[in-house]
Design a protein around this ligand. Structure first.
Ligand SMILES: [Cu+2]
Length: 484
């Protein structure tokens, strides 16, 4: 306790010299503060400090298997056990003592490159850490902003593709303007050997990563991480700030919230504010601060507006706003089914249940029906309607369809797999239209959907096995260049 009175005396002495000189004196950082780290989508509270401090960060690297989609697992490499990694919040001028611990169960060495660090490698050179070890380095947070951090151990692309990234906020000295909600959302692209939503454990596919052809593009590391009962929440007439990062490794994000206009964006995490923005570009290895005000209740859907990524690779999240309607701003009507498809329900849990049962060899028709019902909502209901009635003279009914009842299982499977064109008569009415092929779906998805259809709305029952779908798929000639 010798230093304390000394520095107080120094401060007292400084009070007598002109202010300009006083500003240059090193402020007493006080006792070290342990940083509060949060898991996504949560953001640590504001530092509420008016002077720099010494801040200690303990971040643990954990390699772990988690779900990437319902029924599909992947071995993620994480900072803090989540993808993206723990959110770190400090203040400009802080001295950050960084401890990187690599869990003993890890198979790989890891390190960290923080874009908020000034110094070669952003900390990477000082933080190479073998499993079961810990490294320590210290840096001064010189620049304010929202910064990406990521692992930079070779092969760097693979470490990033496995989920090794997160955000560190360096608050400006005066802090950020208070808002009602702050959330942490980070996009990443993922490369698996199996196709999108292929069930079971999926391995990393290096060639796909090199070719920049992701199987998944996700917010917060899992399809459905922020939809249904896990959606972000706010009330009407509130202010929301999103810290939106993009870990990549490959894609840039055209970040958009369907039904909102960003009042303020700090593009690329910089200090210049942009106003009234519809879609903001977030580079790989970059981040933005996005702010808006909620006026009308409902579901607001966060997407990468490279729109196939949203609807066919998982880049879709949701903000649920509750509160009274304001018909002067918007006349009303939910968007759920239009935009959310099979993510509109509370979750796709039945898909997970069916996948596990299939893996265990205990799959029942009931499991298939439940999974098929959840998927039908997104894939087929747009045309055939949720109740299977279709739309008069445009989309034939699946309910009590005599056409469907007369099909062999092989011919039934061929319809979603290859589509259908040409004149058909369903329940005495003629249709001459086009149903597009949906071969992007996995075998088990098609099997479960058709099992649901067969067992609904007065149809004859029965079930379709995924092996049958695989057989029909293999026996169908496909044009060169078709994916599957
Ligand atoms: Cu790593």
């Amino acid at each position: 306790m010798l230093l304390r009175p000394l520095s107080l005396a120094l401060a007292a002495a400084l009070l007598t010299v002109p202010a300009v000189a006083a500003a240059k004196a090193p402020a007493d950082p006080g006792p070290p503060i342990e940083a509060i780290l949060t898991s996504p989508p949560n953001v640590p509270p504001a530092t509420n400090r008016h002077k720099p401090a010494k801040v200690v960060v303990h971040l643990q690297v954990i390699e772990k298997e988690m779900q990437i989609a319902d029924g599909t697992t992947y071995t993620f490499w994480t900072f803090g056990g989540t993808v993206p990694g723990s959110f770190i919040r400090v203040r400009q001028g802080d001295t950050v003592e960084f401890h990187l611990m690599n869990d003993p169960t890890s198979k790989m060495p890891h390190n960290i490159d923080l874009h908020g660090v000034t110094g070669p490698g952003g900390g990477a050179a000082s933080s190479f850490t073998a499993p079961g070890h810990q490294s320590q380095f210290t840096f001064k947070a010189l620049n304010q902003g929202i910064y990406v951090y990521h692992c930079a151990t070779a092969p760097v692309g693979m470490h990033v593709a496995n989920g090794m990234y997160g955000l560190i906020l360096v608050e400006p000295p005066e802090g950020l303007k208070p808002v009602d909600h702050e959330y942490y959302v980070m996009q990443g692209d993922f490369y698996t050997v199996g196709k999108y939503r292929e069930k079971g454990h999926q391995d990393f596919d290096m060639q796909r990563a090199i070719d920049e052809k992701p199987t998944y593009v996700l917010f917060n590391g899992r399809e459905g991480a922020l939809t249904g009962d896990k959606a972000l929440a706010a009330l009407t007439n509130q202010s929301v700030r999103l810290f939106v990062g993009n870990g990549g490794p490959n894609l840039v994000s055209s970040f958009h919230v369907i039904g909102e206009i960003f009042d303020t964006v700090r593009p690329e995490g910089g200090t210049v504010e942009q106003h009234n923005v519809q879609t903001t570009l977030i580079p790989a290895g970059g981040a933005a601060m996005v702010e808006f005000h909620t006026e009308v209740p409902g579901s607001y859907i966060l997407v990468d507006h490279s729109i196939f990524r949203a609807f066919n690779k998982g880049a879709l999240a949701m903000l649920k706003v509750d509160g009274p309607e304001d018909k002067t701003v918007y006349s009303g009507k939910e968007v759920d089914s239009t935009y959310l498809g099979d993510m509109a329900g509370p979750n796709l849990h039945p898909v997970d249940v069916a996948a596990k049962a299939a893996a265990a060899g205990t799959l029942t028709v009931q499991d298939q029906i439940a999974a098929g019902k959840a998927l039908f909502a997104g894939t087929c209901s747009a045309c055939h309607q949720a109740n299977g009635e279709g739309l008069a003279s445009v989309f034939p009914p699946l309910a009590k369809s005599d056409f469907l009842a007369a099909l062999s299982p092989d011919d039934l499977v061929a319809i979603p797999l290859n589509g259908h064109t040409g004149k058909i008569t369903v329940n005495g009415k003629e249709y001459d239209s086009v149903m597009p092929p949906m071969s992007q779906m996995t075998d088990d998805e098609i099997a479960n959907i058709l099992t649901y259809v067969l067992n609904s709305w007065g149809n004859p029952g029965g079930h379709i096995a995924k092996d049958l779908v695989a057989k029909v798929r293999a026996s169908t000639p496909r044009p060169a260049g078709a994916a599957h």
